[in-house]
Design a protein around this ligand. Sequence first.
Ligand code: GLA
Ligand code: ZN
Length: 662
Amino acid sequence: MYIGADYYPEHWPASRWETDAKLMKKAGFNVVRMAEFAWVKMEPEEGVFEFEWLDRALEILGRQGIKAILGTPTGSMPAWVARTYPEVIHVKKDGMRDTWGVRKQNCLSSAAYRRLSERITRAMAVHYADNPTVIGWQTDNEFGHPFCYCETCRAAFQSWLRTGYGSLDELNRAWGTHFWGHTVGTWGEITIPVDTGSHNPGASLDWHRFFSWQNVRFQHDQVEILRACCPAQFITHNLMGLFKEIDYYDLSADLDFVSWDNYPVWGRPAVRYDASYAADVMRGVKGRNFWIMETTAGPCGWGVFGPNIKPGEMRSVAYQQIGRGCDGYVWFRWRTCTAGREQYWHGLLSHDGKPGRRYREAAAVARELHALAGRLDGTTVRPDVAIIYDYDSLWAMRIQPGYPGADYQRAIGNYYNALFRAGVNADMIRPDADFSAYRLVLAPHLYLLADDVAARLDAYVKSGGVLLADCRTGVKDRDNLCHARTLPGRLSAALGIEIPEYEAIPDECSYPVKGSGALAGEYTAVKYADWIVPRGADALAACDVWHLKKYAAVTRNAYGKGAGWYSGVVAKESAFYDALVAAALKDAGVKALVTPPEGVEVSVREGKGRRLLFIVNHTDREQTVRVPAGRTDVLTGRKTGGELRLGRYGAAVLAAERRRVR
Ligand code: GLA
Ligand code: ZN
């Protein structure tokens, strides 16, 4: 297993490198990621390459048995690039070109920038293809920004649309340009929707898709070169978990595996739902295990910094990711730098370079993970539950949220967190994934629902699957036009309901919700309510307010061999989602191996006849977890009784029984 740190030898005198390498080795590290911001060090002038310094650093690392992942350095351009080719700098919304001097400033349409990117990538690839220390590549760094509004991007957007739509008639139809008389008569008339909230929603969605595609293409240019020159080395990229601007399914298609940058230590201590949610998204984008390429090593921040990572916390942060499919683990950064924007983004070593507490804790985690590596090999998370995670819906909902405050990721989060609390894992899948591997599929706020996806969801339920959908699912078609049907449109049969009307609930108002049966209890509808008319479904809850009494708020419909669940409200209480998720899980016959107390996370990795149960305490107090007796905690070798005691930030990995093979 590869474990290590992000390392910037170029920030320190060469006389220090040997000390660093030895300290890394002593910590049990065997990998570094480097060079992703060292373009000017490798190409100080256009076309002049200097790799000698990096060769030397790699040699020193290599002697200590430390391998390297090299980043293509296009995330931060040298001054000479901007001086020679001013057009490579992106143009902001106001039409002004940005000022060189931070990173991620390039226009993705710029031919000059693409050519320069290819040249430095090729030079590095040729130089390092056979270097035994270099095991892989990271493309660029954290693809994502900026959106560029230059004329080249505008022309590129037009030609991308032309390729996609084929004819202006088709584009005008898809965008619904008959509204406000916005029919375009030539491709050249198409503008960039600068304010995606006010411009045409179809154009705005396409602008998001185009931006994502531009990043994918930029990466692809580099990947082609790396594949051709370095067939023996892997290619990855450091993604950003729940980042919204890029379709990570598309970006990761070109990679061997994805990595991601996890910085969960901010603000008030809290249960780390989102780091887990993000990990599942990261495992989902390729349907395979991932690496952590950067993670909190100390207080983080630029101008100001946040809390320190507490004693023991490095371990809980790590086990959360390992339990969800992480196979390589890299801390950001090795040593806190004394210069530049990130002087307060603390590394394992402080500014003084002395190996202190954080170094020792990382070393202890590294030792433990190396011991666990054999057991992890060939295992991944294989849940019975899936959540549809869709970038088109995310973007469309940002463009036109519908009810105030509607947020696609948070809407999923309500259900995700309930599953987390129940101790049940889920896969994040795209809408066109195969649902048949799952007993329960959740489709919260699946705003943009193409007819073929609706048809497959219908077939899934009919053949025995359990579907849980909720409000705003199925409102839009693929073009971001509203379906001309009564909601929930093509899901009406599977869900057994019709929604003739709906409303937003203003922030200062709310409706009491009375539940019965599996949902017995009192809840509060906030933000939104569907006026649901059951057409065969059972009503399990209703809003207790005069105008909604005769409508349902939550329903369950027996359909074919399966069942369709629907919630038409956004509830204030997490207890609502706990009850709803518990009922759907029961309906689908999905049971948790362990039901954790609050603040404790459970996940299961399995494969090669092994099954490992990860139990992680995210709190700074001791926790007692009821577990099956007689299992071995593979970290300590001890057998469990019926109860497992976890100290603050404690973690255990239990060897669990195998289950049916799928
Ligand atoms: C990101 C980047 C790193 C560094 C860290 C800390 O994740 O990839 O280069 O900037 O944040 O700021
Ligand atoms: Zn541009």
